[in-house]
Design a protein around this ligand. Structure first.
Ligand code: HEC
Ligand code: HEC
Length: 395
């Protein structure tokens, strides 16, 4: 029996070598998604994370040598950390978000039924990928590292070069992208969706009619993606209880992160530890991007001149490898870069310059260990297990 299986395995591999190169169309998923009788609650996800929207301005006395007292400033919404185009009411119906969840996980949305959004945005990895570059539908690689898509309603810009600024406009792009999912046009997309029986009922529940169109597809996927929102990390708890559960090491890391010595929080700022957002911020014209001296010469210039989106650091422990090209495997390598690996460049962010040269932060081993411990406190306790965001197709 075993050898039959083995033989079959070899046969599959061999036939794949022959056939996969021709981008075989795989059979469509035969099973319908398994969904709860009453839809999960998506509308209230934001309320589960009050610290995201409540104003707070904590001053922590730092006992770390050489580090000033720390002000942790979570801006309030009037001011408005949540960008106007993504008001927190973006999720209008649990049934629509449920439809979006199915679409997000459905491999039938790719050219050869092999790839879904979740192939590169994996729940167990906080909706990022553990590959340097991800594989799209024909085994072709993406040109950049797949980023986490968690907490998108706190983002003003999307993609590593900040080229999109609306979730609704963005969600169809990967489907049509020839590396990612490879569908030829929006008509083909609708046809593929119509071909799956289970969508009739899902569209009817969501929109009151089983008519499929790409506006609805984009809306549903945007609503589901917007619902991936979590504020239950150790850091969030700390905001409520003055970080009393933090170890000495984590407190030291926190102090360093918000200090002028490292300036991390001046770029990774606000509730999402990402690009400074809102009105009148100096980053508006650079779309929340910066050049952090990864290279002296860039092959991929990002937004231009080596500037890339200032990404969120929430769930950062789960989302490696890091940077737009996935060059760093570990957080320690990232920290080593900032500490003493910043390269000179015309467009290097001014924060990293002292007398015209890249700064050396002079962090000790203990400092680096502390910052890594602090970064680990930014992981949501439940994002990787929350059923609402899980794969409804049991394979
Ligand atoms: C083959 C891998 C792959 C697939 C499939 C894929 N993505 Fe992505 N996704 C990426 C990569 C790589 C990036 C970064 C691209 C860039 O910056 O140029 C990205 C970026 C994003 C972003 C931007 C996040 C941010 O904060 O800037 C969102 C949102 C997103 N994808 C949603 C989706 C959705 C929805 C689907 C399914 C329709 C999908 N992706 C399918 C690889 C993939
Ligand atoms: C001048 C703005 C700026 C400052 C200051 C800054 N960063 Fe960043 N950070 C960025 C940008 C931009 C990227 C993405 C760069 C790229 O991929 O080319 C990034 C990427 C990262 C990443 C990888 C994220 C991912 O998803 O791959 C981590 C981790 C990180 N920064 C941590 C820090 C820490 C810790 C500090 C302080 C020592 C810091 N940053 C200071 C702008 C900044």
């Amino acid at each position: 029996m075993k050898s039959i299986i083995r033989l079959f395995g070899v046969f599959t591999i061999v036939s794949c070598i022959i056939a996969c190169q021709q981008e075989t169309i795989l059979p469509q998923q035969s099973t319908a998604p398994i969904l709860p009788e009453t839809p999960y609650d998506y509308i209230n996800v934001v309320e589960e994370a009050p610290n995201f929207i409540l104003p707070s301005n904590l001053v922590l006395a730092s006992n770390s040598p050489g580090v000033e007292n720390v002000v942790v400033n979570i801006p309030d919404c009037n001011n408005c950390d949540i960008p106007p185009q993504f008001n927190i009411n973006m999720i209008t119906s649990d049934d629509i978000a449920t439809l979006g969840r199915v679409l997000f996980y459905d491999k039938a949305l790719s050219k050869n039924n092999s790839i879904s959004c979740a192939s590169c945005h994996k729940q167990e990895l906080a909706f990022a990928d553990d590959q340097k570059l991800s594989q799209g539908f024909g085994g072709k690689s993406t040109t950049r590292n797949s980023m986490t898509i968690a907490n998108p309603i706190l983002n003003t810009t999307f993609f590593w070069d900040g080229r999109s600024n609306h979730l609704r406009d963005l969600v169809l792009r990967p489907i049509l992208d020839h590396v990612e999912m490879g569908i030829d046009d929006l008509h083909e997309l609708s046809e593929k969706v119509i071909a799956q029986d289970y969508y009739k009922e899902l569209f009817t529940r969501a929109y009151g009619s089983d008519e499929v169109n790409t506006n609805k597809i984009a809306d549903a996927m945007a609503q589901f993606t917007a619902s991936i929102f979590k504020g239950d990390s150790k850091f969030d708890k700390g905001l409520e209880n003055n970080f009393q559960d933090f170890s000495e090491l984590e407190r030291h890391g926190l102090a360093l992160f918000f200090s002028s010595k490292t300036q991390c929080a001046s770029c990774h700022s606000g509730a999402n530890f990402s690009a400074p957002t809102g009105f009148n911020n100096p980053y508006q014209e650079t779309a929340g991007t910066a050049n952090i001296g990864l290279n002296t010469i860039y092959d991929d210039n990002g937004f231009g001149e080596g500037k890339f989106k200032i990404p969120s650091l929430r769930n950062i422990a789960q989302t490696g490898p890091y940077m737009h090209d996935g060059r760093f495997e570990t957080l320690r390598e990232v920290l080593d870069h900032y500490n003493n690996g910043i390269n000179p460049h015309d467009q290097l962010d001014a924060k990293f310059l002292a007398n015209g040269s890249p700064i050396k932060m002079g962090l000790t081993d203990l400092d680096l260990e502390a910052m890594e411990a602090f970064l680990n406190t930014l992981s949501s306790a439940t994002i990787t297990t929350d059923e609402r965001f899980s794969n409804p197709f049991k394979s």
